[in-house]
Design a protein around this ligand. Structure first.
Ligand SMILES: Cc1cc2nc3c(=O)[nH]c(=O)nc-3n(C[C@H](O)[C@H](O)[C@H](O)COP(=O)(O)OP(=O)(O)OC[C@H]3O[C@@H](n4cnc5c(N)ncnc54)[C@H](O)[C@@H]3O)c2cc1C
Length: 419
């Protein structure tokens, strides 16, 4: 049995999935927690994502052969990869790291780093579900990745090899099995990869709100203040500086999503963190609908049942988080959704853009700050922050307590070779 944790006051910056999960696990250790966020909990990127708790998405965005494929992808108006050219000068360090991470050995390393966290995702999630009482928001229906042609399925050979190497559980299905699981899809799918352990969150924003409410009911304080910087007092303890004042704490966790890089940089940790922006459209649920999270390989969209309709997500747009959204491409993809699910009306109930907080290798930073022992980093979860929020919270609580998190933490350090 591990030694009892000395209760302390911990400040968490950011009330997204990662921040509220950190708050929940820190509170379980008996700490007094204050969360700083000028916005509502779960109103950032954690609001509009696809809501998949993944057990298979080990592949980073940067994959072998990317350098050769990029010119064609950038010219194709249907491509899910978009580069807003005016941001290229600002994005150069990130783009250089992104391309460097497409080397096969880097991709393998990045897959294994993600997979190691996957091994702890479900147990941490189950703790969050139990403590926050949010089980009704999660469907344990598995997920499907669908392929229209045998050739496109064969094109996923490297991804499947990585999934095998990482120990992901999956089944390959044929057309009949696909029809049995999703009878309302157009009969155009030759193959599918079924991930039985993945889960679908019916309302990601409400899930975060529910967790935030649960930690508040147990005594956490939510301060609606934007953090400008993290200072230290005369004894070396951290002080959170906001527009409203100075707030001393025993420890600080930076979990401010795509805005975390700036705070880390002020602390002397130069982390190449930027936005991989993505979009969703909420569509009305057709009478003949789908049963689970579905990803469509050819048209590069996902569809999933959500409270209030079906959510279509897509696109990796490389641009500043502050750039205005460009909804044209996601709107064009509505035709693809209607093609794969006949009866789906392309009526737009709402539309949204959010910034995935990404390092070029798509591996998050979950670590003590290299220069300030009282500050901890939990950000850069990229495409997988809804999945990895709880496990990151559990690990941060271990690091704050000085406990061994029980996994090799090297891949998640703040200082790592990205180029
Ligand atoms: C289209 C799309 C689909 C996705 N699908 C999935 C999916 O299916 N599964 C999955 O696991 N992940 C998915 N993701 C990724 C996931 O949404 C993100 O990784 C995750 O939401 C990041 O959570 P976060 O808590 O780090 O950031 P956020 O949710 O953005 O929260 C950060 C919070 O910090 C606050 N903040 C910022 N600056 C400050 C400051 N200075 N002071 C105080 N507070 C501050 C913000 O107001 C915000 O509330 C998707 C993302 C997109 C865009």
């Amino acid at each position: 049995m591990s030694a009892p944790v000395q209760p302390r006051h911990v400040a968490v910056i950011g009330a997204g999935m990662v921040g509220v999960s950190c708050a929940l696990f820190l509170q379980r250790d008996g700490h007094r927690v204050t969360i700083f966020d000028p916005n509502d909990p779960g109103s950032g990127t954690s609001f509009g994502n696809a809501g998949l708790i993944s057990q298979s998405s080990v592949m980073p965005s940067s994959t072998p052969g990317l350098v050769k494929r990029i010119p064609k992808m950038l010219m194709d108006p249907q491509s899910p990869l978009v580069l807003r050219w005016q941001y290229v000068p600002r994005l150069l360090p990130w783009l250089a790291g992104f391309l460097a991470n497409s080397a096969r050995d880097r991709v393998e390393r990045n897959c294994l780093a993600t997979a190691q966290l996957f091994g702890h995702v479900m147990s941490a999630y189950d703790t969050v579900i139990r403590e926050a009482g949010c089980g009704e928001l999660i469907q344990a229906t598995g997920s499907l990745k669908l392929f229209e042609s045998e050739a496109s399925f064969q094109g996923s050979a490297f991804e499947r090899a990585m999934m095998d190497r990482c120990g992901c559980r999956y089944d390959v299905l044929g057309a009949d099995e696909i029809r049995q699981m999703e009878p309302n899809l157009a009969p155009i799918f030759a193959r599918a990869i079924f991930i039985p352990d993945s889960r679908n969150i019916l309302n990601p924003g409400r899930l975060v709100e529910t967790v935030a409410r649960a930690v508040a009911e147990k005594g956490a304080v939510l301060k609606r203040e934007r953090v400008a910087s993290i200072d230290t007092d005369a004894s070396g303890k951290p002080v959170v500086v906001t527009d409203a004042g100075r707030h001393p704490a025993d420890a600080v966790v930076v979990a401010a999503g795509v805005r975390s890089g700036k705070l880390a940089k002020q602390l002397g940790a130069k982390i190449v963190l930027d936005a991989e922006r993505g979009y969703h459209i909420m569509l009305p649920r057709p009478e003949k609908s789908i049963n689970r999270y579905l990803q469509f390989a050819e048209c590069r969209i996902s569809l999933s049942p959500k409270e209030g309709g079906l959510r279509m997500t897509s696109i990796v747009e490389l641009a500043s988080a502050d750039a205005p959204p460009d909804f044209r491409r996601i709107r064009r993809l509505k035709a693809q959704a209607a093609r794969v699910l006949p009866g789906l009306e392309p009526e737009e109930k709402s539309i949204w853009m959010g910034s995935r907080p990404s390092l070029p290798d798509n591996v998050p930073v979950i670590a003590r700050s290299p220069r300030h022992p009282g500050v901890f980093f939990a950000f850069g979860h990229s495409h997988l922050g809804m999945t990895m929020g709880p496990v990151s919270g559990r690990i941060i609580a271990d690091l704050v307590a000085g406990r061994d998190p029980g996994l090799d933490m090297t891949p998640y350090g703040a200082v790592r070779p990205l180029l």
